[in-house]
Design a protein around this ligand. Structure first.
Ligand code: ADP
Length: 247
């Protein structure tokens, strides 16, 4: 691990006078897995949306390897190397995992998919698409319509779509949310595998997942950083315990 690859400095987001993110400083070390945790309403989702350009900050800066990303649009942020796992809601039910990946690799959108396919423009991305599906354990479902995939497989497809961008920084939004123990375990293994050569920032509620994966943890509360450090240190911090118990 090296110096910070992704930094937030004094980052803030105000919604009609309410500061959902209120002056956050965050240093994510190159090659690390960095978890963002905190009670509901702490500002984790807003911070993620700021880091990926889906929201514009009211104040503060975002730096990627020294380059100022503040105010960049999501496509620009993704092109510069910060990608988030897609939401299941953005999958196209009739398209197969392989087609999703071919289209992502080609830089197309779901709306243009039929055009790309009818002109056989996606064929050259087939091998890479299959490699990515294999990496996330979906090769056996490459031709199944995404709408009929099991929940855990849909989440694996989202991850593969983010990996298609070959991002330097991969942002995972609650990668194990709604999963049973078996899928959680599989996802932990998967994140271990795909973190090689990258930096991962994840919002995660499941503390056993955080303890297995995260090098560092930032605990947010009321839009501010409450505590930051390795999991082993922050887990016994009385401030963290009381934030979770809500006093
Ligand atoms: P978390 O992900 O940690 O649960 P969020 O970032 O979703 O927290 O929300 C932080 C706070 O900001 C919450 O009080 C939430 O109600 C508020 N908030 C989030 N998005 C908006 C919005 N678009 N407009 C107004 N308030 C918002």
């Amino acid at each position: 691990m090296d110096g910070p690859v992704l930094r937030a400095q004094g980052l803030a987001k105000e919604f009609r006078g309410f500061r959902a993110v209120d002056g956050v400083d965050l240093d994510v070390a190159d090659g690390s897995v960095h978890a963002l945790v905190g009670p509901n309403g702490a500002g984790k989702t807003t911070l993620f949306n700021l880091l990926t350009g889906f929201l514009k900050p009211s104040a503060g800066r975002i730096l990627l390897g020294g380059r100022d990303l503040t105010g960049s649009r999501p496509e620009q942020v993704a092109r510069l190397g910060v990608a988030r796992s897609f939401q299941i809601t953005s999958l196209f039910p009739q398209m197969t995992p392989r087609e999703h990946l071919e289209l992502a690799l080609a830089g197309g959108t779901g709306l243009t998919w039929r055009f790309w396919r009818s002109h056989r423009l996606l064929d050259r991305f087939g091998d890479r698409a299959m490699e990515l599906l294999d990496q996330v354990g979906l090769a056996g479902h490459a031709g199944t319509p995404a709408g009929t995939l099991a929940y855990g497989h849909k989440r694996a497809l989202e991850l593969a779509l983010a990996l298609a961008l070959d991002p330097r920084v991969l942002l995972l939004d609650e990668p194990t949310a709604g999963m049973g123990a078996e899928d959680v375990e599989r996802t932990v293994e998967l994140v271990r595998k795909v973190r090689a050569g990258r930096t991962v920032v994840m919002v995660e509620h499941n503390m056993s997942v955080v303890s297995s994966l995260a090098d560092r943890v930032t605990v947010l509360q009321s839009g501010r950083v409450l505590v930051e450090g390795p999991y082993a240190e922050i887990r016994h911090d009385p401030r963290v315990i009381s934030a979770y118990l809500g006093d």
